[in-house]
Design a protein around this ligand. Structure first.
Ligand code: DP6
Length: 352
């Protein structure tokens, strides 16, 4: 639909949601069917790295097509508009609001483009929240406890990891036979958390800010035929279950062992795919070695994790913030391109 039609009208509603990104500790890598994960994953939700979506809802005239205009920071963004259009048309039955309404989305991120932060998680999280909220408002329905469960389900259909951003703190996604209420369809918050894990930091060391050479979708699909797939999925399920106990019990050492091994295993899967590839850079290894050396020397519970990219996420508890900040300034700052200081947050927020 050309932009000069419904955008000339006055919107009947305007909603703004802010949704944070998250960092996985036990990684989701491999999916099947309609965005069903091959294993359970665990993440914590961030606070400073978020997407904000302003959704304007307009009346729609006799048109059965989806009417969407997508802007990124007030500029038309056709590639992302097409991705969102596909998402909406693939799951139109989930978005009844689109049958008789046109929508304009303007999105912005709090973090720089290509910073190695999963922008699809926060963007699809915010899109799902604002569209679901619009449906509730138009049907005069108030939010109930199902709201975030449903928004998690809708966010998952856009990007798997987005479903974990619907709650603050530690979150789990993926059916796991030893975790009650776990589901492949939506994420659940992990509620029993020891004081040691109540506030963690994620300082992102940007080693390389070039666009990714291999997309996450390609990476996930390479797990379909992967020679180690079966044991990898079993390992992640077992680790996710163990992680839930560790978070309740407060054992730093066990947490670190799983977190670091998960990061290396994720990259090992990429390196051992049929179409193998390598995302780590010399700067990634340098930062990892410095982090391990610092931990050995100080016994401070700092560790690293990696996403599907070369940038290093330095994780540590609030209590050690000052010492770790000095370590970052003395040992890491000069050898990375940029540093983003983030920490655990409380989940999405309705701004308007
Ligand atoms: C390495 O959620 O980006 O960050 O479902 O295809 O959108 P899609 O993939 P995405 O994959 C994230 C992979 C990861 C690990 C994780 O977040 O668990």
């Amino acid at each position: 639909m050309p932009a000069d039609t419904f955008l000339l009208n006055k919107p009947i509603d305007k909603i703004v949601w802010r949704c944070p990104s998250n960092i996985a500790i036990v990684k989701y890598w491999g999916k099947k069917g309609i965005q069903i994960p091959c294993n359970t994953s665990v993440s914590f939700t961030l606070s400073e790295s978020y997407s904000e979506i302003e959704l304007e809802v307009f009346d729609k005239k006799n048109n059965s097509n989806i009417e969407l205009e997508y802007f990124f920071e007030e500029k038309k963004n056709v590639p992302f508009e097409n991705r969102v259009l596909k998402y909406l048309s693939d799951h139109l039955n989930q978005f009844p609001v689109l049958n008789d309404h046109a929508i304009r989305i303007n999105s912005r991120n709090s973090f720089p483009h290509s910073a190695g932060i999963a922008s699809s998680a926060s963007a699809f999280g915010a899109i799902a929240l604002s569209l679901l909220d619009a449906s509730f408002i138009l049907q005069n329905q108030s939010h109930n406890e199902e709201f975030f469960k449903r928004s998690s389900q809708l966010a998952r259909l856009g990007s798997g990891s987005a479903c974990r951003s619907m709650y603050g703190g530690f979150v789990l996604w993926g059916k796991n036979k030893v975790i009650a209420d776990s589901s492949n369809e939506f994420a659940i918050p992990i509620t029993s958390i020891h004081d040691n894990f109540k506030q963690w930091h994620d300082t992102i060391l940007i080693v390389d800010d070039n666009p990714k050479k291999v997309s996450s979708s390609t990476g996930h699909s390479l797990m379909n035929q992967h020679v180690y797939a079966k044991s990898r999925f079993a390992q992640a399920n077992e680790r996710a279950a163990r992680m839930v106990k560790i978070l309740a019990g407060g054992d730093y050492e066990e947490f670190i062992k799983i977190a670091e091994s998960e990061a290396l295993t994720l990259h090992a899967m990429m390196m051992t795919s049929e179409d193998y590839y390598l995302l780590m850079k010399p700067g990634t290894l340098m930062a990892i070695e410095k982090i391990i050396d610092f931990r050995r020397a100080t016994k401070i519970p700092v560790c690293f994790t990696l996403d599907a990219g070369p940038n290093v996420h330095l994780l540590y508890p609030e209590n050690d913030k000052n010492t770790v900040t000095s370590f970052i300034n003395d040992e890491l700052k000069d050898s990375v391109k940029k540093i983003i200081f983030d920490k655990m947050g409380n989940g999405p927020q309705k701004i308007k």
